[in-house]
Design a protein around this ligand. Structure first.
Ligand SMILES: N[C@@H](CCC(=O)N[C@@H](CS)C(=O)NCC(=O)O)C(=O)O
Length: 226
C-alpha cells in the first residue's frame, strides 16, 4: 500500500522553500501532512557521482525536467511549484485557510490563479535569469544582466501596486495570506542575492517583513540548508 507520507525533493532555493513553507503552514494548522524532505544536489558536476542529483536517472523518472521541487504522494509525483501548491491545498487545506474554494468562491479562486501564474510565469523565470547572469554566468554579459534585472524590478513594481492598499495579494478586503503570497514571497524575499533594495517599493518591503515573521515560514525556509 502506498504511504500517506509525502516525500519532498528540494534544495534551499526560492523554488524549494515555496513548497516547504506551505507544508509547514499546513502542519501548523491541521497537524498534517507528514513529510520527509530530501535534499538534492543541483550541481552539474555531481551528475553520475552523487545519488541525490537532480539529473540522476531515478530522479528524471519522477520529474523529466530534472528540477526541484518535486513531491511524491501515494506513489505519484507532482512537479512545478504552483501545481504542487494547488495540489497540497486541494488535498489538505480543507478549511481554505491558505487558499480559496473554486466552487463557492470562484472570483477569489480565479484571482489566486492569476497571481500564481503572474509569479510563476514572470517573476520566477526573470529573477532566475537575473541570478544567472549576475552571479553564475562564466561570461560577463552586461546586456543579459540589465535585461533580466530590469524585468525583475518591473514585475516587483506590479506587486507593489497590488499591495498599495492591501496586506496580501489575494482575498477580499485587505486580503488573506494564501498560496500566491507564498509563491511570490519565496522569490521576493531573496532579492538581496542580486542586490535589489526592496526599499524602492515600501508596500512590497512591508509585505515581505509581515510574511517573514510567520513561524511556519521560518521553519519552511530552513527545512534543508546549504
Ligand atoms: N518552473 C519550475 C522551476 C524549478 C527550478 O528551476 N528549480 C531549480 C532550482 S531553484 C532546479 O532544480 N535546477 C536544477 C537544474 O536546472 O539542473 C518550478 O516552478 O518548479
Amino acid at each position: 500500500m502506498s504511504s500517506d507520507k509525502i516525500v519532498l525533493y528540494t534544495a534551499p532555493t526560492p523554488n524549494g522553500i515555496t513548497v516547504s513553507i506551505l507544508l509547514e503552514e499546513l502542519k501548523a494548522t491541521y497537524g498534517i501532512p507528514d513529510y520527509d524532505a530530501v535534499k538534492m544536489s543541483l550541481n552539474q558536476a555531481d551528475r553520475g557521482k552523487v545519488h541525490n542529483q537532480v539529473k540522476a536517472d531515478w530522479f528524471l523518472e519522477l520529474n523529466p525536467a530534472g528540477r526541484i521541487p518535486t513531491i511524491v504522494h501515494h506513489d505519484v509525483p507532482v512537479v512545478e511549484t504552483s501545481a504542487i501548491l494547488l495540489y497540497l491545498a486541494a488535498q489538505f487545506d480543507k478549511e481554505f485557510k491558505f487558499s480559496f474554494d473554486p466552487i463557492k468562491d470562484p472570483y477569489n479562486y480565479s484571482e489566486q490563479l492569476q497571481w500564481l501564474f503572474f509569479t510563476h510565469g514572470g517573476i520566477g523565470p526573470m529573477q532566475s535569469q537575473a541570478n544567472h547572469f549576475i552571479k553564475f554566468s562564466t561570461e560577463d554579459i552586461p546586456y543579459g544582466k540589465k535585461r533580466y534585472l530590469d524585468e525583475t524590478k518591473r514585475l516587483y513594481g506590479v506587486l507593489a501596486i497590488r499591495l498599495q492598499d492591501r496586506e496580501y495579494l489575494t482575498g477580499p478586503g485587505r486580503g488573506k495570506y494564501a498560496l500566491a503570497d507564498i509563491k511570490a514571497y519565496a522569490l521576493v524575499s531573496k532579492a538581496w542575492f542580486i542586490d535589489i533594495d526592496l526599499g524602492e517599493w515600501p508596500p512590497l518591503k512591508k509585505w515581505v517583513e509581515r510574511i517573514a515573521e510567520r513561524p511556519a515560514v521560518q521553519a519552511g525556509e530552513t527545512i534543508v540548508t546549504w
